[in-house]
Write a protein that binds this ligand. Structure first.
Ligand SMILES: Nc1nc2c(c(=O)[nH]1)N[C@H]1C(S)=C(S)[C@@H](COP(=O)(O)O)O[C@H]1N2
Ligand SMILES: [Mo]
Length: 250
């Protein structure tokens, strides 16, 4: 799929730009008039390398590409919500709509998964540890009505959305995740709570999760409206990889 690319922007989800404002935010630069050209990721990495060496606390995660991950946000900014302020609303075609907070979520039965994380653009991070609650358990609590067939998920970034069929959502390897990489999901990785759809490309794993709505039709997500497969199975959809990652529970 062809997406226009501007020179002053950092590469995003599928080679599309993250946006200059986000890049400035990542760098902690507020300065107006900073112009990014080609090779910006390399220059950011070079610029931050000495700082990162002195500060192993997580700054390196903010360098695009560091640790294998790239930080994606389609809005051009990184939303931030504390655990205390975070709430997830489960509603739509359900008998018992509810809202759940962070502390209640982490008291539910946890599931751990270790698997490769793969973006449709080709980058992959091996053996990422995740922990969260099965999406199936939240749906069970809500009591999905017979008319429900799909989910529509939204993010508190105000823009990103995703879709799943109910069958996909009820898989054991689909989590509402509050831990990633062995610690709480960091803000830039979509914390305090994000979706994790282990068998599918990264775009299905919506960050900054805010609502889950049971609906009676497919409502394509953000990237799906822009040409990506709704069924984003690794190796079996219009991505680049042909070998699915290993998924094993833990
Ligand atoms: N809200 C939101 N969720 C998102 C995205 C995004 O831009 N916004 N990008 C998706 C894509 S394309 C990928 S590959 C992963 C990247 O996760 P990361 O930013 O933690 O590396 O997040 C997915 N979830
Ligand atoms: Mo992606």
């Amino acid at each position: 799929m062809d997406v226009p690319r501007r020179d002053d922007e950092v590469e995003g989800a599928d080679g599309t730009p993250v946006g200059r404002r986000a890049a400035l935010g990542l760098l902690g630069l507020g300065a107006a008039g900073v112009v990014f050209g080609a090779g910006v990721q390399e220059r950011i990495a070079r610029l931050l390398a000495p700082i990162a060496a002195r500060d192993p606390t997580g700054l390196t995660q903010l360098i695009p590409g560091a640790g294998g991950f790239r930080i994606y946000t389609v809005t051009g900014s990184l939303p931030n919500r504390s655990r205390a302020a975070w709430k997830l609303k489960v509603h739509g075609l359900v008998d018992h709509p509810f809202t759940i907070g962070y502390s209640e979520l982490v008291e539910m039965e946890p599931t751990g998964i270790t698997a490769d994380f793969q973006c449709v653009t080709g980058w992959r991070v091996q053996d990422v540890r995740w922990k969260g609650v099965k999406l199936a358990d939240l749906l069970e609590r809500a009591g999905v009505q017979d008319a429900g067939s799909h989910l529509r998920l939204t993010s508190f970034d105000g823009a990103y959305t995703e879709s799943l069929t109910l069958a996909q959502a009820r898989r054991d390897d689909v989590l509402v995740a509050y831990e990633m990489l062995g610690k709480g999901v960091s803000s830039e990785h979509g914390g305090p709570v994000r979706l994790y759809v282990a068998p599918m490309y990264g775009y299905k794993s919506l960050k900054w999760l805010e609502t889950i709505e049971v609906v009676d039709e497919l409502i394509p997500g953000y990237w799906e409206e822009r040409g990506y497969d709704v069924d984003g199975w690794v190796g079996r959809s219009n991505g680049r990889s042909d070998d699915p990652p290993e998924v094993h529970g833990s």
